[in-house]
Design a protein. Structure first.
Length: 322
């Protein structure tokens, strides 16, 4: 379970910027306070002198612990005095200190060598932002999935659309709640506008919040980017082969809508087959009936979908027109 290197680098840049901002803002506040409260300027100079003495002692041989302890005690007294003066002049005691977004790790992102909770949340937020570029992630949750949009009138095959949608909805919610790297592969199929993408994104929301790496993209966009990457055109691509193959959960939306050529077929086969071999869960959604998939793709792809994916067929009319 983990995030891509680029995602970690983005998070680290944000953390560094937060820390820089905290220092710069503290510097600006300090300069203003020194102008208004002259006593503070004197204390700051004394603190700087104490700090310099302590640092110089580390270069001396011999026992300096007693002297360092004495200087640190003096530093604490000066800080206490400064806090008292700040309070008397209407400032908070920590007005001259950096105010970090996360006081636990001081915007370093780590506590005792482990990811701080703020760092983990930042990674989750960045991942959601990546998906938001291409899909309405925030609008697609289990809470706002409307079962009443599905008809209660049985179809010719005796299937009641609302009953079927409810079963698939409950299965999808349980899948998300219990998601692990051993979770099965899902295939959401059915006509246009029946909530396949909504359920896929609802799963993504939950899985990301559990701390897993999720890659979402349409079949068209992923195929285009991986083809560009293969030919060295990497400047404006969003998806990479490593990201698509290594993510904890891949959501491949709108299978069948990509340009039908040998490159797309080869790319899709490699994605589906590689993730099966590496036992990484994948969710595919498609507007195609299975007979259409058989006509569109060769047996290498369709046999792996039939053998390795749980097919959830949604019935009904386009709920987006309701």
């Amino acid at each position: 379970m983990g995030y891509t290197g680029s995602m970690y680098r983005k998070a680290q840049r944000i953390l560094e910027q937060r820390r820089d901002n905290a220092f710069n803002e503290a510097q600006q506040r300090s300069e203003k306070i020194r102008q208004v409260v002259p006593e503070i300027e004197s204390i700051q100079k004394q603190l700087s002198g104490v700090g310099l003495e302590i640092s110089q002692l580390f270069f001396y041989k011999g026992n300096t612990e007693e002297k360092v302890a004495e200087l640190r005690s003096k530093s604490r007294e000066l800080v206490s005095k400064r806090s008292k003066i700040l309070k008397e002049n209407g400032y908070s005691e920590d007005a001259m200190q950096p105010h970090y977004v996360c006081p636990v790790c001081e915007d370093r992102g780590f506590v005792n060598g482990r990811l701080c909770s703020c760092h983990i949340q930042l990674l989750k937020d960045l991942m959601k932002n990546e998906i938001r570029k291409f899909a309405p992630l925030d609008d697609c949750t289990f809470d706002n999935f409307k079962l009443e949009y599905y008809s209660e009138t049985p179809l010719e095959n005796s299937i009641v659309p609302r009953e079927r949608a409810k079963k698939i909805f409950e299965s999808a919610r349980l899948y998300a709640q219990n998601f692990s790297l051993e979770s099965k592969n899902l295939l959401f199929s059915g006509a246009t506008g029946l909530g396949k993408t909504h359920l896929s994104l609802a799963i993504a929301n939950v899985v990301i919040n559990k701390g897993y790496d999720v890659c979402y993209g349409t079949s068209q966009n992923i195929c285009d980017d991986l083809q560009s990457e293969q030919f060295g055109r990497t400047e404006n691509i969003h998806y990479t082969k490593q990201q698509v193959l290594d993510s904890d959960l891949l959501i491949l939306d709108d299978l069948g809508c990509e340009v039908n050529n040998q490159y797309s077929t080869a790319i899709l086969y490699n994605i589906i087959n590689s993730r099966i071999l590496s036992k990484k869960p994948t969710i595919i959604s498609t507007n195609c009936q299975f007979s259409e998939l058989l006509e569109k793709y060769d047996q290498r792809i369709t046999s792996r979908i039939t053998g390795e994916y749980t097919n959830m067929i949604i019935f009904g009319n386009d709920i987006r027109n309701l």
